[in-house]
Design a binder for this molecule. Structure first.
Ligand code: PLP
Length: 397
C-alpha cells in the first residue's frame, strides 16, 4: 500500500524496531535510554497480562519504565533489599512513601534532627491529614517510652545533620517491629557503601539521589528500597502522585552508581583527614564526625558502618561567629560555599543561612547549630591540597 510522505515520516523507524533489536545477535553494552512515554500493544490480551498479572512489559511511563527499573535494580542490589523505586527527588521519595503507609489517626515517632523539609512535612503537613508526629532525641530518649499503639512508622537518618549523630538502627527496628510499625531510614549521608540499614532491620531505605548516588551535582532524584510487598504498596502511590524520575535522569543515575563505591571510599578518606586536621587546629572549638574518637556516635558508627569508612560529611565549630565564617569563605581557594553536598568537589555550607535558614535562633540552638559552624562535604581532591587550602585560609583570619 502506498503511503503519503507525512505517513512515511510518522511510521518509519518507530519503536517497532525494538522487535528487530530483540532478535539481533548482539545487545548494547550499556543499557540505552528509552525515551518513550507509552508502549505499543499488538492486541488487547497483553494489556491485561501486563497491568493485572505483572507479566514483563510496560504500558505507560508513570506506571513503570525500563530506565527507572535499571536504576532501582542497581540500588536495591547495592543496599541488599528485594526491590526498589526511583523518584523525581528525595522529597518525592520521602513524601510518597509516608503517604503510602499512613492513614488519619496514625502516629509517627521521629528524631527532630532531620533534613529540613522532611521535618516540615512530618510536623506541619502530615498533621493536616490527622497524622501526629512525636519528635524525640534518639541519642538521649528511649523510643520504647514514646511509641504508641497507633505508631505506624519510626523515622530517622543513618547520619543526622548537622552534628553527624548515628542512631542505633537495630534497636529502632526492634521497637518498631514489636509494635507492628515500620522503620524508615534516610540513608542519604551514609550511602550503602558506608552502611546498609536494611541489614539492621530497616523496612524502607530512603535516598536523595541528588547527593552521593547522583554524585556530580547535575541530577535531582530520590529512591525508596525495601521488600517487594512494601515497595508494591508505594509503587501504587508513585503511579498516583506521579513523582517519577525521568528516563534521562534515571540513566544518568545508573551511570553514576558505577563509581559510587570508589567515590564514597575516597570521600570517607578525605572526610576523616579533614576531621583530624580541624580537631587539632587552634581556631577550632569542636568537630562533629562519627569517625573521631571524640564523637559520642563513634561506637555505634563502628558497629553499623563495619569498617567501611565514616562518610564525607562533617561539621566544624570555630572560635568565632558569622564574621569569621564569612572571611573563611572568602579566603578559601578550592573549597566553595555551595548549598548542597556530595558532588565531586569538596564544598562548604553554612546551615544557619542555607539548609536551616527558616529556623529561629532558639530552634537552631536546640538542634546544635551555631553561627560559628560550617558543614563540609568532602570531595575527590588530593587530600594534601584540601588541608593546605584550609590551612592558608585559617592562617589569614
Ligand atoms: C537533600 C536531602 C533530602 C531531600 O532530597 P531532594 O533530592 O533535595 O528532594 C532528603 N534527605 C537528606 C538527608 C538530604 O540530604
Amino acid at each position: 500500500m502506498s503511503r503519503g510522505t507525512a505517513t512515511t515520516y510518522m511510521h518509519t523507524g518507530t519503536g517497532e524496531m525494538c522487535y528487530e533489536m530483540n532478535k539481533a545477535l548482539t545487545v548494547p553494552e550499556t543499557f540505552p535510554i528509552y525515551l518513550s512515554s507509552a508502549y505499543i500493544f499488538d492486541s488487547i490480551e497483553p494489556m491485561d497480562k501486563i497491568c493485572d498479572e505483572g507479566a514483563p512489559g510496560y504500558a505507560y511511563f508513570r506506571l513503570g519504565n525500563p530506565n527507572s527499573d535499571a536504576a532501582s535494580r542497581i540500588l536495591a542490589a547495592g543496599d541488599g533489599t528485594e526491590t526498589g523505586l526511583v523518584f523525581s527527588s528525595g522529597m518525592a521519595a520521602i513524601t510518597t512513601s509516608l503517604l503510602a503507609v499512613l492513614r488519619p489517626g496514625d502516629h509517627v515517632l521521629a528524631s527532630p534532627v532531620l533534613y529540613g523539609e522532611t521535618f516540615y512535612f512530618l510536623k506541619h503537613e502530615l498533621s493536616k491529614w490527622g497524622v501526629e508526629t512525636t519528635f524525640i532525641d534518639f541519642d538521649t530518649q528511649k523510643p520504647e517510652d514514646y511509641i504508641k499503639p497507633n505508631t505506624k512508622v519510626i523515622y530517622g537518618e543513618t547520619i543526622a545533620n548537622p552534628l553527624m549523630s548515628v542512631p542505633d538502627l537495630g534497636h529502632l527496628a526492634d521497637v518498631a517491629h514489636d509494635n507492628g510499625a515500620l522503620l524508615f531510614i534516610d540513608n542519604t549521608f551514609a550511602t550503602s557503601i558506608v552502611a546498609k540499614p536494611a541489614k539492621f532491620g530497616a523496612d524502607l531505605v530512603l535516598y536523595s539521589a541528588t547527593k552521593y548516588l547522583g554524585g556530580h551535582d547535575d541530577i535531582v532524584g530520590g529512591a525508596a528500597l525495601g521488600s517487594k510487598k512494601l515497595i508494591d504498596t508505594i509503587r501504587f502511590y508513585l503511579g498516583l502522585y506521579g513523582g517519577n524520575l525521568g528516563a534521562t535522569e534515571s540513566w544518568l543515575l545508573a551511570r553514576s552508581l558505577r563509581t559510587l563505591p570508589l567515590r564514597v571510599q575516597k570521600m570517607s578518606q578525605n572526610g576523616l583527614a579533614l576531621a583530624k586536621f580541624f580537631e587539632h587546629h587552634p581556631k577550632v572549638e569542636k568537630v562533629y564526625y562519627p569517625g573521631l574518637d571524640s564523637s559520642p556516635s563513634k561506637a555505634l558508627a563502628d558497629k553499623q558502618f563495619e569498617g567501611n569508612g565514616y562518610g564525607g560529611m562533617l561539621s566544624v565549630n570555630f572560635k568565632g561567629g558569622m564574621e569569621l565564617i564569612d572571611k573563611l569563605i572568602a579566603n578559601l581557594k578550592l573549597v566553595h560555599f555551595v548549598p548542597t553536598l556530595a558532588g565531586t568537589c569538596t564544598t562548604l555550607t553554612y546551615p544557619p543561612k542555607a539548609s536551616h535558614r527558616d529556623l529561629s535562633a532558639d530552634e537552631l540552638a536546640a538542634i546544635g547549630i551555631t553561627y560559628g559552624q560550617i558543614r563540609l562535604s568532602s570531595g575527590l581532591e588530593d587530600t594534601d591540597d584540601l588541608l593546605n587550602d584550609f590551612d592558608q585560609a585559617l592562617e589569614k583570619l
